[in-house]
Design a protein around this ligand. Structure first.
Ligand SMILES: [Zn+2]
Length: 293
């Protein structure tokens, strides 16, 4: 998950005008009379700050909806910029889920239900396959439940989740912990987004694998762990510094590696890790569990 700057190297309204006047397209001249209502839809989208619960569907005749959906697929010269949105934003981690998987552009409000936003740049977000796993779900039944929007929701720039490791050992129990307070006005949206997008990914498998790799080779979690930390404070400082490094490297506090390291910083995990580092007979940068030798 990450907050992104919206693409701003072109003008959506001007592009829509150009499309509607393009005599080479099948949509000509039918699209022209709907341009004002589509532009009003764009303005409404921005006025609602990308809050999908507050954005109304723009009623359009079925053929016009189909034109817009097909225009996204064919991307004529008037909207060739769409292909550049992903490259321009170049997210190092998926803004929707925080994974390092590469992806494509996706419609935050699905074009099947919201055809008016099929070619609207603010609705086109770079994302990995997580965005297709959520299907068309964008809101929940309770107040405030909605997907977060990388171009609008500043809370995506805050640290929202950490891994929770319990029953520590070779195969711990791994879950996700939400870090913001229940009284936070964005709590319902954040939990909805995590439940419907992040939890549907392979994030827990990533955390389990990262844990296992760390037990075998501690320095893969943080390079400084190639030397045994002499104290709890030293271990904590190493992991805090690694967390900051990952945040900066990936430009996000919710990239999966930061979510992993955050989980190691819980007191019961730090205690367990230090004891494992100090296990008698352990070889230098050797495994943290005797069973892994
Ligand atoms: Zn993703």
């Amino acid at each position: 998950m990450n907050r992104l700057d919206p693409p701003d190297f072109f003008d959506d309204d001007a592009a829509l005008d150009a499309l509607s006047l393009n005599v080479l397209l099948k949509s000509y001249p039918h699209l022209q009379q709907h341009v004002p209502s589509i532009k009003a839809g764009y303005a409404q989208y921005i006025a609602a700050n990308g809050n999908v619960s507050a954005i109304n569907k723009v009623p359009l005749p079925k053929p016009i909806e189909d034109y817009l959906k097909n225009l996204y697929g064919s991307q004529p010269g008037d909207i060739a910029y769409i292909g550049e949105i992903r490259e321009e934003s170049d997210p190092d981690c998926c803004p929707m889920c925080g994974s390092f998987h590469s992806g494509t552009l996706d419609h935050l409000m699905p074009k099947a239900q919201y055809a008016s936003f099929a070619i609207f740049s603010r609705n086109l977000v770079p994302a990995c396959k997580c965005n297709t796993k959520r299907a068309s779900i964008i809101t929940g039944p309770n107040a405030g439940e909605r997907v977060l929007h990388p171009y609008f929701d500043d809370i995506l720039g805050e640290r929202l989740i950490a891994t929770r490791f319990e029953d520590l050992g070779l195969i711990p129990r791994v879950t996700l912990r939400i870090l913001i307070d229940q009284n936070n006005p964005h709590y319902a949206a954040v939990t909805f987004h995590i439940d419907n997008i992040v939890r549907r990914t392979s994030i827990l498998r990533y955390m389990s694998k990262s844990w296992n790799r760390m037990l075998r080779h501690p320095s893969v979690a943080a390079a400084e762990l190639r030397h045994d930390p002499p104290s709890l404070a030293a271990l904590q400082a190493i992991l805090e510094s690694e967390l900051e490094r990952q945040d900066i490297t990936h430009g996000s506090k919710n990239n999966w590696q930061s979510v992993f390291i955050s989980g190691l910083l819980e007191n019961h995990v730090l205690d367990w890790l230090l004891a494992a580092f100090q296990r008698p007979g352990r070889s230098h940068n050797g495994s943290l569990l005797p069973s892994l030798i």
